[in-house]
Design a protein around this ligand. Structure first.
Ligand code: NAD
Length: 372
């Protein structure tokens, strides 16, 4: 039995045993009642994270890289040769609308700086392709709504690269919480950050990044608070500190602490920063128990424990391999993920990010509508 088959069996028989058959399983395990069709993906933007995704796809059972889109001709050649993508399926940012006539491509995975997602997603949808877009989906809620609308209009699905939504330990905590094993949830803490280097990079340029640490890394704590608590926040408060206003210019947050209030009365307290290393921890507290993930949102391995002991789930696959196989099942078989990864889900984070920035400015509590 292959390592992957072992993993699938271990996951389905032990840790996730309480799920029904239709619930969480790697996409390939569904093949006996769903198609084995392969999702043909074009990668748009061949930078650091795209390299990781491309390598992870090599271990996928249902995803193949069939197209490449980049502004750098040498990268198109190099990547084309490495991943066996023929020249006719290589495009640049000017001519990629022509994928419309290319049956070798089912979906485009947008992995460029945040501010570029909006136009690139809309162009991909208009070209008749499903779109997977990296987080944050966009740099404003307005843009996010336009992207959702464009994909709807084109009859194509929009997914966002929330890899933790498929991560086995994360899903086990979500399962425990929704099964009531932790009791009524009272508190979540999410700490996410790293010390950022090169001051000239796009992540520190407001026009390309849309903000600072919150857009890039704090979004994991924000998004995590929603799927860990299992509710949508109704208010936020937030505070910003900046030690280096030259490196972190106006509109680029270095460190933000934020608090969220949920309808049940549960609260979350989160830290987002570009100025601390070794900061990657989720803690969920309920009346009957607790769950802790540390690291919680890094590339893995994720480690965790609960009041019952360590979360002993082995995962030999890269998170992005699981994510992409699961996304193939969503796009090709209409599989419903346990934690959503669609545009509407990502829009909720964008609305909250705007509320957090507003709370920093006003110093007061920002209330949120239940309907967003
Ligand atoms: P990167 O800088 O390594 O790569 C960005 C790519 O976009 C490069 O190939 C660059 O050439 C290209 N690009 C196109 N137009 C550009 C422009 N005008 N300015 C700058 N670059 C341009 O960045 P990255 O780390 O790969 O991040 C890309 C996206 O992926 C971001 O949205 C980021 O938030 C997301 N990301 C997600 C994860 C995750 O775990 N899900 C991890 C890292 C990055």
């Amino acid at each position: 039995m292959s390592t992957r088959r072992h993993f699938i069996r271990n996951i389905s028989l032990s840790t996730l045993g309480a799920y029904t058959l239709m619930d969480w399983k790697p996409a390939s395990a569904l093949s006996f009642f769903n198609s084995d069709a392969v999702l043909k993906v074009a990668l748009l933007g061949l930078g650091g994270y795209a390299s990781r995704v491309a390598e992870a796809i090599q271990q996928c059972q249902r995803v193949k890289i069939t197209g490449l889109i980049s502004g750098t001709p040498e990268k198109l050649k190099q990547w084309g040769e490495k991943y066996k993508v023929p020249e006719k399926n290589r495009y640049n940012y000017q001519n990629f609308d022509a994928i419309k006539n290319n049956p070798d491509i089912d979906a485009v995975y947008v992995i460029t700086p945040n501010a570029l997602h909006h136009d690139q997603v809309i162009r991909s949808a208009k070209a008749g392709k499903h779109v997977i877009c990296e987080k944050p989906m966009a740099i404003s809620a307005k843009e996010g709504r336009e992207m959702i609308e464009a994909c709807k209009k084109a009859g194509k699905q929009l997914l966002v690269g929330y890899r933790m939504h498929f991560e086995p330990l994360t899903l086990e905590v979500v399962r425990m919480r929704s099964a009531g094993e932790l009791g009524a949830i009272r508190f979540f803490q999410g700490l996410c950050g790293f010390r950022i280097g090169d001051p000239t990079q796009w992540r520190l340029n407001k026009a390309l990044a849309g903000g600072g640490s919150l857009m890039d890394i704090g979004i994991y704590a924000l998004n995590g608070s929603r799927y860990m608590v299992g509710e949508e926040p109704v208010w936020v408060t937030a505070q910003e500190t900046k030690t280096d206003p030259v490196k972190f210019k106006e509109g680029v947050d270095e460190t933000i602490t934020f608090q969220l209030g949920f309808p049940s009365g549960a609260e979350a307290s989160c830290l987002s920063t570009y100025n601390m290393n070794n900061l990657d921890r989720f803690f969920l507290n309920g009346d009957k128990g607790f769950a802790e993930l540390q690291p919680a949102a890094g590339y893995g391995p994720i480690r965790g424990k609960t009041n019952k002991g360590p979360l002993d789930i082995k995962n030999p696959l890269p998170q992005q391999t699981i994510q992409m196989d699961e996304m193939a099942a969503i796009l090709l078989d209409n599989k419903k993920p346990i934690v959503p990864v669609d545009g509407e889900e990502a829009l909720k984070d964008l609305v909250l990010i705007e509320a957090i920035y507003k709370a920093v400015k006003t110093g007061g509590q920002v209330k949120l509508n239940a309907e967003r």
